[in-house]
Design a protein around this ligand. Structure first.
Ligand code: ZN
Ligand code: ZN
Length: 354
């Protein structure tokens, strides 16, 4: 496995090891979801340590060369392995291990505990998605799209935001999603000017916008999409704002070229909105990475100069929010591929009037 080799390259010598205890990175390395356990990587071995509750399932699903070892008391079992392999120093995830757990590890582990560099290295590796990871993101997206299409049939004057959000959640699970990727945003009318509005009892009215920001989780991987649709009709102002956001979105997507930077994508979308005079109404970043977490690196913002490379997955989601009136956001995930990123959504972005 490529990622095991990449982490081995991080180790300075064969007397050092990587210890991954965080749930998400453990899953990323082993492919196995569990609330507890650890992955140890040395120059020659990779081991998933897991307790009785998960042992049988892990043995069935974890792929060689990773070994599955049943542990009873994690610290003791780790020390046994470190002694066996003559490990003198061990790197832990400096960005996610708590201060308390770090102190516990320092006190109890035989090797020296090192707190520099591992999280940054893992974050860098997680930027690039394997084909299997991309497939899971796409599957999550298709589940959300199927639910979205079905819910559009319910979108008519009189229905509440809450009803639409609950129906979507139900359908996402029914169609194979593990869960929703985040608290779904289903808002209408003046509430659409709230970028992270919470679905409530607001009733849909003729001539309203309705904003869906929705996603599913499939085998641990998230999807993320926003569509703003009009109910019955749209005013000239609504159409004009929608068109600015759509053009900004397309400019952002066109800038998602391998070799350019996350900042380039943000600037392409932001410059267009600013040139139309609505810069002050676009107060969030243009996007973010998506994977085992709904928001992961790279942040798509003008100060982030991370270079885009093939097989990164980022969102492009510019918006314009007019307080007390309405807002528009259009969001899709893109797979960076050479000179033209692949749009992972199959739902059209043009203004839909229901
Ligand atoms: Zn979203
Ligand atoms: Zn997003």
């Amino acid at each position: 496995m490529l990622k095991l080799q990449d982490l081995r390259d991080f180790l300075p010598d064969d007397r050092s090891a990587v210890l991954v205890t965080g749930e998400i990175n453990r899953r990323w390395l082993s492919g196995f979801p569990a609330s507890d356990g650890a992955v140890v990587i040395t120059k020659t071995r990779s081991v998933l340590m897991i307790d009785f509750r998960y042992f049988e399932a892990a043995q069935k699903s974890v792929q060689p060369p990773m070994e599955v070892v049943r542990c009873t008391r994690l610290i003791d079992d780790l020390n046994r392995l470190f002694l066996q392999e003559n490990i003198q120093s061990v790197y832990i995830e400096d960005e996610t291990v708590t201060v308390a757990y770090c102190s516990e590890l320092q006190a109890a582990l035989i090797p020296e505990v090192l707190t520099e560099g591992l999280s940054a290295r893992i974050n860098e590796l997680r930027l690039i998605k394997s084909p299997a990871e991309t497939e899971k993101i796409i599957t999550a997206q298709r589940i959300a799209e199927r639910a979205y299409y079905e819910v559009l049939n319910m979108l008519r004057p009189g229905v509440t935001e809450r009803r639409i959000a609950l129906e979507l959640e139900h359908l996402i699970k029914l169609y194979g999603g593990e869960r929703v990727a985040f608290d779904l945003i289903c808002i209408t009318g003046e509430n659409t000017s709230l970028p992270h509005g919470v679905p409530g009892d607001r009733v849909v009215k003729e001539g309203d916008f309705f904003t869906f920001d929705i996603g599913a989780v499939y085998d641990g991987y998230h999807s993320d999409m926003t569509r703003t649709v009009a109910v019955g009709s749209a005013s000239d102002e609504m159409r004009m704002i929608y068109d600015i956001v759509l053009q900004a979105h397309l400019k952002g997507a066109d800038a998602a070229v391998a070799g350019s930077t996350a900042a380039d994508v943000d600037i392409a979308a932001r410059d267009y909105i600013e040139s139309c005079g609505y810069g002050e109404y676009f107060g969030h970043s243009t996007g973010h990475g998506v994977g085992l977490e709904i928001h992961e690196a790279p942040a798509v913002y003008k100060t982030n100069h991370t270079v885009l490379r093939d097989n990164m997955v980022i969102t492009v989601e510019p918006g314009i929010y007019l307080p007390g009136k309405f807002g528009v956001r259009i969001e899709d995930m893109y797979l960076v591929k050479g000179a033209q990123a692949v749009d992972l959504a199959e739902i059209p972005k043009e203004l839909t009037i229901i």
